[in-house]
Design a protein around this ligand. Structure first.
Ligand SMILES: *Cc1c(COP(=O)(O)O)cnc(C)c1O
Length: 330
């Protein structure tokens, strides 16, 4: 990607929206009384954890699958939510799906993928090793690769969420977006800034294994050790051969915030007790960053709740006040 030039335009995001309209659900943006009061500015929550399959990733996967012409099926490497989304999109199109994932995947996510009729292949100790297996399936079995984030079809699909947010809250000043591989932030910020260039975009990751933050700092993709975290959907690297998201995130993000495990747990608790929303750790980081005082808010703010696929036993412990040390339990 050339310096300073974004590869997707407003028209690309609009085209994606038209393509996936039948498959996805337009999710609501709800005003949060408790966060608005605490922050002193109006705060809205984009309830994308109510998306089909429990996360926004269906948008990108559906936009990619809708553009395939003669593939024998689809494959990907995924920590869970993308795999589940691709399985759902493939099933709707009558395509075979083989989802490759590392051993760090949580049991509930694995079961959800299998329940959608996809083949789940658990292989390797990291996302990168799972990715090698998916690449082999492309070369040897003619499947089409639908990557979890570093793909323009996927990024454009995630961006449709930004179009919805800006239509619901046209006066938005700041948007808080969970950040891992960066497909979500690149698409949402790209679509929203195309309509509102003054928008401020904050990306949020966990301290434990924030690959995009490290890569932005280094100016190139940096491998990080994958560690157990409450924000498991934010785990994994940005890909050593990253083509789009690193450059797009660098162009579009105004600030990156990192959170401790205790802060993420507090975000999950707030979403449950105050907002009555069940969200996974990765989706709670925006709320958590506000509660931790790590983002200064200066105007109307949208917080993206990106997914709800959390193990309910873990969720029950967290809302009861526990701060599980996944590091020790692993
Ligand atoms: C994948 C995912 C993210 C991060 O998206 P990227 O495109 O990898 O940055 C955030 N939240 C949830 C729930 C996810 O599944």
């Amino acid at each position: 990607m050339a310096e300073g030039k974004l590869p997707l335009s407003r028209a690309d995001y609009e085209a994606a929206r038209a393509r996936i309209g039948e498959v996805i659900r337009c999710t609501p943006c709800d005003h949060s009384a408790s966060l608005s009061e605490g922050a002193g500015v109006p705060v809205w929550l984009k309830l994308e954890h109510h998306q089909h399959t429990g996360a926004f990733k269906l948008r990108g996967a559906a936009n990619a699958v809708a553009q395939l012409t003669d593939a024998a099926g689809v494959t990907t490497a995924s920590t869970g939510n993308h795999g589940r989304a691709l399985a759902y999109a493939a099933k709707r199109m009558g395509l075979r799906a083989v989802i490759c994932m590392s051993r760090l995947v949580l049991e509930n996510k694995l079961a959800a993928i299998r329940a959608l009729g996809a083949e789940a292949r658990v292989i390797g100790a990291s996302q990168d090793e799972a990715h090698e297996e998916a690449t082999r399936l492309v070369e040897q079995e003619g499947l089409a690769m639908v990557p979890p984030f570093d793909d323009l079809r996927v990024i454009a699909g995630q961006g449709t969420l930004g179009l919805e947010m800006i239509e619901d809250v046209p006066e938005v000043d700041t948007v808080l977006i969970p950040l891992s591989g960066g497909g979500l932030l690149a698409g949402v910020a790209g679509a929203m800034k195309a309509l509102r260039p003054s928008l401020r975009v904050i990306g949020i990751s966990m301290e434990r294994g924030a690959a995009m933050a490290a890569s932005l700092e280094a100016g190139r993709p940096v491998p990080v050790e994958e560690l157990p975290t409450l924000a498991d959907s934010l785990g994994g690297g940005v890909g050593l051969y990253n083509r789009y998201t690193l450059a797009m995130v660098r162009e579009l993000v105004d600030d990156v915030v990192l959170l401790s495990e205790a802060e993420i747990a507090e975000g999950i608790r707030h979403c449950y007790w105050q907002e009555r929303q069940i969200v996974e750790g990765a989706a709670a980081v925006g709320v958590a960053a506000i509660l931790a005082g790590k983002v200064g808010l200066r105007g109307p703010t949208c917080v993206l709740l990106s997914g709800g696929n959390i193990d309910m036993r873990l969720h029950a412990r967290i809302i009861a006040g526990d701060n599980p040390d996944l590091m020790q339990e692993a």
